[in-house]
Write a protein of this length. Sequence first.
Length: 131
Amino acid sequence: EDFLLTPQIDSDIVESKALQLFIPVFRYERNNLKSSCGSYTANEELPEHEQKMEERQWYLDCHQNNQDIFLNDTKIEVDFMKYERAGTNQFGLIGYVNLNDTAPGKKTIRIVKKAQKGLNQWSIPFQYFPD
């Protein structure tokens, strides 16, 4: 599989009620996030393993808060998880767009990375034909 430079969905024809969305996160983007999220400060009262879990969640929340996802120009909430893409070994975020209340037909998912300079948004067209 080729190295991904842009967000990706599994297929341009979607039949299931959920659309899988992968957004690659590059090293320079992680540095940009520091300016918008600041630095993580550990809660010294927590045990070390809980501090690590809290820190991971803080970074995930930072990534999530620095991008907007739109389905046909309507902003939607997507719950992302950290993910390493098989085949490319790329770090990124994976989330699932709920299509339960979406009518069949041509759709567009748009991703806007707010903390990124330059090219910061991508549109991915797909056809939705529910089972």
